[in-house]
Every structure is written in structure tokens, then in C-alpha cells.
Write a protein that binds this ligand. Sequence first.
Ligand code: ADP
Ligand code: VHF
Length: 390
Amino acid sequence: MTAPARQLPERALPAWHRAVLKVGSNLLAADGGGLTPRYAQALAAFVEKSHQEGREVVLVSSGAVAAGRALMRERTRLDGDLAARQALAALGQAPMIALWQGLSDRPVAQVLLTHDDLRNRRRYLNARATLRELLTLGVLPVVNENDTVAVDELKLGDNDNLAAIVAALVDADLLLIASDVDALYSADPRRDPHAQPIGHVPQLTADIVAMASGSGTSVGTGGMRTKLQAADKAAAAGIPTALFSGRDEATVAALASHRLRGTLIDVSGNRMQARKYWLRHAPGGVGRISVDAGAARALLGGRASLLPGGILGVSGEFHRGDLVEIVDAGDRAIARGLCQYGAAEVRRLAGRHSREIEAALGYSYGAEIVHRDDLATVVDPQTKAGETST
Ligand SMILES: Nc1ncnc2c1ncn2[C@@H]1O[C@H](COP(=O)(O)OP(=O)(O)O)[C@@H](O)[C@H]1O
Ligand SMILES: N[C@@H](CCC(=O)OP(=O)(O)O)C(=O)O
């Protein structure tokens, strides 16, 4: 059963360049059957149109378990216990990816993530680097939980929460959650005919969270509860969330014109400002990287990454992923950022060209020592003086 359609006002989507789009099982395996492109088609068209406009979308797609279940329906009792669900997921991941590939002109890349990958700092950074690389390559990344290896107590369990974590991982500007329900309602609309849609949530409060309950279907996992958890996680990273019906073609088409018919869960303040503030003020930064005048000028310009060629030296010890301070030749702080390499590695790379990284280390985590997304300039009068004197 589809939740009742009620008239929802349209509003502008927040401006975005990179978004994560989560598509739930209910849209891909309607009515508990096998996978169907019925609703995925319009969503894929939106993703492709966004790509043609120069935007980037990471898809977080459910549907593997539902696909596996449909394949095995007559063969076993498969359901219930964890091993059975894991087997169904293993069966269904390939058809789910094939569904998206069939709807996209670009190559589709499968990314399976577990809780461990997102908690462990090195794996987190590697997952992030891989997703960034896939976006740079112009392919469509399709993320799902790696149900087959995730053990019960470490399972993320629902793709709403996974999508929020991925949104923060790739520094998305927006989290889009397509579901079978067209908005957040004051109560589950499947159960309460008087439930009212809520178009705009300026901030998630306990009262709003209390409106949400679990999934009303056997196919969906978390219901509205996990969607609000996801919105809360995204908001903590400064990312707004849009909830809408992936079953309504007009709603999906309107997204491409930056209009939302659904629920917008807003964040206070600007995402980039929040991130830059964190980078400037977070504790840490025991390691220091000194850079030459050219690199200092490029970093202070605000849009460059720190490359090895501009590095003069390193002091202190730090690991890959740590926050470091970047200073100019006169030892004045000019920026802070998350370093892609450990101190010993940066020492070996100082002054070299990015293309020499692999030869120098035997491996590479990418051309940037500190990526521009992970970097904030330190703006103080002393720095400004340093900038003009270099
Ligand atoms: N307050 C609420 N507003 C809207 N939907 C709700 C609410 N509480 C529970 N739900 C249920 O959440 C369902 C959507 O979640 P879910 O079944 O997990 O789908 P998906 O596969 O898209 O993640 C809706 O169909 C609806 O029954
Ligand atoms: N990883 C599971 C999806 C779990 C899940 O969150 O499902 P849903 O609530 O439909 O988004 C699968 O691919 O079947």
C-alpha cells in the first residue's frame, strides 16, 4: 500500500553541487516482488541530468536483500536469521547494481561499506579517497552496506543512516532521501488518516522525532525513524536533508528544477563555515608543515590543495588523517588541515612533484598532501602581514 498522497507545497531546494541520493527498497522492489526499474527510472534520469549540469551525485541504494529474496522465494525458508539475510544480500547485490547500470549511460561503480570501514580512520580516509576518485572519473558510485560480512552488532542496519555518513564522508551539500512516503507526517500516514504533512523543519527537535515510527512494510527497514536519525547526523555535519516520494514522477522531475515537494530538514548556519570553523579551532595540530612562498600564496587564495612540491619541511609527529598546522617560511601559521600522509611520509615527499609520490613511497594516497576540502586558512593580522610580505 502506498501512503496517501496529499497536496504538498513546493519549496526551493538548497543550492547544491554534490549530493547523496538514498533510494529505499520500497522503491526498487515494489510490493515485495523482485527488482523493478519502475521508480528507479525517473530517479536515474534526475541523477544523469544533474551530472550533465556538472553536479555530482553519490547513490546509496538498498534493494539487495529484497532482490535476493525474490530470486530464492520458492527454494528456501530464507529469512529471519542473520546468515540467511547475508546470503540474500550476496545474491541481490549484483542484480541491484545491474538495475542502476541499465538506467545509466555512465559506468556504475559498486561500493560496499561496513561499520568498521567508517569507524577506522585509515579505512574512512580510504573510502573517502575512493569515492572522490570515482566522482572525478565521472562514474556513478552506488553505495550499499556490505551486509554479507557485517556482523550483527556492527551492522549499520539501515541505509538511511549509511547515507548520512556517506554524505559527511564526501562533503555533500545535500542529502536526498527518496522513499514511498511523500513527506514527514505528524504521525505514520499508513495508520493515521488525519496525519498532516510537514513541509519544513527548521531544526530537528524531540517533538518532531517523536512523530516518526518504523517501517509500515515488510520490505522497508527503518521507516521514518531512521530517516530522522539520518537527517540528524547530516545536520551535525552541516548538511540539510530533503525527504520526498520517489514514486511520484512529477516530484522527482521537479528536483531537477531545484524544487522540492516533500520535507526539508534544515541546518542552522552554513556547512562550509561550520567545517572551516572546526578545522580552525579543533584541538590537535601538533604537527607542522612549512611551505614556500608560492604554496603559501596558493593556500591563502582559498581554493588550492597543498601539494608536495611546495613543502619545505616537517616538524613534530603525526599520522595520516591528523590535523596539522601549515606555516610559511617565516614560521607564521597560514592554515590548518587534515593531512593525507603521516609525518615520515611527508618528510620523504617534501619538494617533490605529485607524480613522484608512488615512486618515493611505493604507494600513493593521492596527489594532495592536504586536500582543499580539508583545509582552512588561519586568518589573523599577523598572517595577513606574512601573506603580503611573501
Ligand atoms: N511520521 C511519519 N511520517 C511519514 N512516514 C512515516 C512516519 N512514521 C512512520 N512512517 C513510515 O515510514 C515508511 C517509509 O520508510 P521505509 O518503509 O523504511 O521505506 P524505505 O524503503 O523507503 O526506506 C512510510 O511508508 C511510513 O509508513
Ligand atoms: N542493505 C540492505 C538495505 C537495508 C535498508 O536500509 O533498506 P531500506 O530501509 O529499504 O532503505 C539491502 O540492500 O537490502
